[in-house]
Design a protein around this ligand. Sequence first.
Ligand code: GRG
Length: 297
Amino acid sequence: MAVWQQQIDSRITDMITRESGYPADFADALLYATVPGGKRLRPILCLAWHELFAGVDEYALDYACGIELIHSYSLVHDDMPCMDNDEYRRGKFTVHKKYGECMGLLVGDALMDLAYKYLCKPSPRCKKPPLAVTEYSNLLGGKGLICGQYYDLFGNIKDVDTLIEKVHMQKTAALISLACASGATLGVSITTEAEDSLIYSTGEDCSPIIRRDYKYLDAPCYARDFGKAFGVAFQLYDDITEYLDGENIGKTSVLNYLNLEDAKRMLNKYLNDAIKELNGYGDTSFLREFVEKFIIA
Ligand code: GRG
């Protein structure tokens, strides 16, 4: 993990300072928002799923960093006064607090834009990006991240099932699922050497994926479902640890709907669901151990 974290930091730095084309002082603000980052969970999951099928190369790293840029933009915007109004993130001032609101907005926009540059880059082998652009649009928009944030802010959520479906699944799990599914898709596409005949969508019914009989072609579906289950668990874990640390819980925390024991039970069930998706593909010990770290007894 530490090696990947270092590679991610270094690659994002290059993307911003050498490849973005932004003036140096704006690039500084972009860098402030992204390096050093947080845990880098999403790109690491992307690389880990990729590595089950093929060695991690420069393209996969670029791709994983693209996903992290999306995550970074969502945090910058979420921190702004019109949303969560947070002054600190990762132990330092939030972007708008340090640079002002206009810059906060612009930095978030620029990170999203920069992300697409790498997410949509055709892979050298299958000559297409791992996911179709329409899928990014769905999973980062109306069937994912932004829609989840909408329900978080305005959803008036009445019960825990709706909370999981509308907020946790979309706000948090959609991006994590996208990271896993696209890492697997990319890794599989390299292994099969199938190039043109391959893939390559992780659409809801999976059907477009299988264009030829190859034993690993269903891997992106497992990765996607792993990501959904782990993504929900990750948000539950965040809710529960916030509560246990005595912080104020948000209005869409699971603890507003369940008592602590039931919330922990739900967390551990989703973690188990994620682990079940790991059967069948080589050495998945890294992913298994990764998931197990989030169990709360
Ligand atoms: C589109 C503005 C907008 C928001 C989308 C991502 C998001 C919704 C809001 C950010 C705040 C939040 C509580 C998100 C839930 C997911 C979560 C726990 C994010 C924090 O992720 P970590 O812990 O962060 O991976 P680090 O700092 O490690 O990168």
